[in-house]
Design a protein around this ligand. Structure first.
Ligand SMILES: C[S@@+](CC[C@H](N)C(=O)[O-])C[C@H]1O[C@@H](n2cnc3c(N)ncnc32)[C@H](O)[C@@H]1O
Length: 431
């Protein structure tokens, strides 16, 4: 099977359509807008998003009034509207101009509004909503050149959003799969030419053995490439296909080719938007590590945005077992370091609480005085009972010395109208 030309597949065509700036639905209202208008993005629909939109405007130095059933914000005064249009997460138009974020989210090869640029790569359960992370980076006052830490980096959402705002990011996770996907999503733009150079070679040379999971030759070969970012990229494409095969029963070969093509296109989109908007990307440091013992200096971090495991809600090890196996890890060994998956019954909850206490102490230690830590967390249900993880987190952080600043209820409707509630908790380390 041959890879089709990049231009010929559906995602690229959809993207082209979205880019037709004058014809796209999303641009219709532009001519009618007065200079003062702040127009929200069409996907903003929940109360918590409006709350974040308002906090964000305040943080960016804008005085405003809310009008038209909460959808239009009337601008009263602002220090630097150009800067607001470059940074905001919730507005489509500011001062008669499209915001950077609105232009960024047009670069999306998926149907999901959140999965723009490289965010979609790998179907990781429990991803952050990237728009919310961009807003939170603004709300806690992070600026170009500052450093944000996410000690539970997961699929790398914080990394990409920080990068786009010129904020440096340190991402830590105990899972090698998370480190790999976060790196690939953020770093592949630096290696796209090399990735393209070896594409046909890799495919042609290893096609016969590629889809036999017991035969390790494909992974060994890409491991032996001398450029780490290129190796990581192909490894990830293979793991996305393995996941498609394990979870959805899709053909491994078809899925590999399709995902490789889509990944290359998304990385290309990332490169394009950096150029088009003249973005100065933040630096990334994504490492395998344990949040209970961070190898970072005291008082060295400008802000923290993170989402720890929700107590014992999701077994991150079993969930990605197929990927760990392909990467050559033994599940019982890898389990030992993961928070929220060890022990049984009440023991499991106690272990979670102890582990999280240590993690919050570490977060406190490395954060600069006066700076903010945002923890996004929800209660879990375990053995038919609600585990009050949110209250535990608030109590724990207060005991450690954090000042509790804000609790924003994040109520969302999932599939089949099932209501899910999470909380955005904002803490400050006293000066
Ligand atoms: C809720 S997820 C984070 C999701 C992330 N916010 C995103 O957007 O994808 C929690 C993460 O904690 C990680 N984790 C579990 N135990 C850990 C530990 N001891 N140190 C660091 N990370 C850990 C898991 O691998 C998982 O990726």
């Amino acid at each position: 099977m041959q890879i089709k030309k990049e231009e010929n597949f559906k995602g690229k065509r959809m993207l082209k359509r979205a880019e037709g700036i004058n014809t796209s639905w999303a641009y219709k209202k532009l001519d009618n807008l007065s200079k003062e208008n702040l127009l929200l993005l069409d996907n903003v629909q929940f109360i918590y998003e409006l709350a974040l939109a308002q906090l964000e405007l305040q943080a960016l130095g804008v005085d405003f009034q809310v009008t038209n059933g909460l959808r239009e914000f009337k601008l009263l005064k602002a220090n630097d509207l150009d800067m607001v249009a470059r940074k905001t997460a919730y507005f489509k138009i500011i001062d008669g101009k499209y915001t950077d974020y609105f232009q960024i989210i047009q670069k999306n090869i998926t149907r999901s509004v959140n999965q723009y640029l490289t965010h979609w790569i790998y179907p990781y359960k429990g991803k952050f909503h990237p728009q919310m992370i961009r807003a939170l980076l603004n709300i806690i006052g992070l600026k170009e050149g500052d450093t944000v830490l996410d000690p539970f980096i997961g699929s790398g959402t914080t990394t990409i959003e920080a990068q786009l705002l010129g904020i440096n990011c340190i991402g830590i996770d105990v899972s090698p799969l998370c480190v790999l996907q976060s790196r690939v999503k953020a770093e592949s733009i630096e290696a796209l030419n090399k990735i393209l150079d070896v594409k046909n070679d890799i495919i042609n040379k290893f096609k016969p053995n590629l889809f036999n999971q017991e035969n390790k030759s494909f992974l060994e070969t890409i491991d032996s490439l001398d450029a780490e970012k290129v190796t990581n990229f192909y490894k990830m494409a293979y793991l996305v296909a393995v996941s498609d095969n394990a979870r959805r029963g899709r053909n491994l070969e078809t899925s590999f080719y399709k995902n490789l093509r889509l990944m290359i296109d998304s990385v290309g989109d990332f490169q394009d938007i950096v150029k088009e908007l003249n973005l100065k990307l933040g630096k990334m440091e994504i490492e395998l590590g344990d949040c209970r013992k961070l190898s970072l200096k005291d008082n060295s971090i400008d802000g923290i945005i993170t989402s720890p495991p929700y107590s014992i809600a999701l077994d991150y090890v079993s969930n990605d077992a197929h990927a760990f196996k392909v990467l050559g890890y033994e599940l019982p060994e890898i389990r030992e370091e993961f928070i929220g998956v060890r022990g049984k019954g009440q023991d499991r909850i106690n272990l979670y609480n102890q582990d999280m206490m240590k993690s919050y102490e570490e977060i406190y230690r490395v954060l600069k005085p006066g700076r903010f830590a945002v923890i996004i967390i929800g209660n879990a249900t375990y053995m038919g009972k609600e585990v009050k993880t949110v209250e535990f987190t608030i109590d724990c952080c207060k005991k450690i010395g954090f000042k509790f600043i804000k609790n924003i209820d994040k109520i969302i409707f999932g599939l089949y109208n099932v209501m899910r509630k999470e909380n955005i908790l904002i803490f400050q380390k006293p000066k």
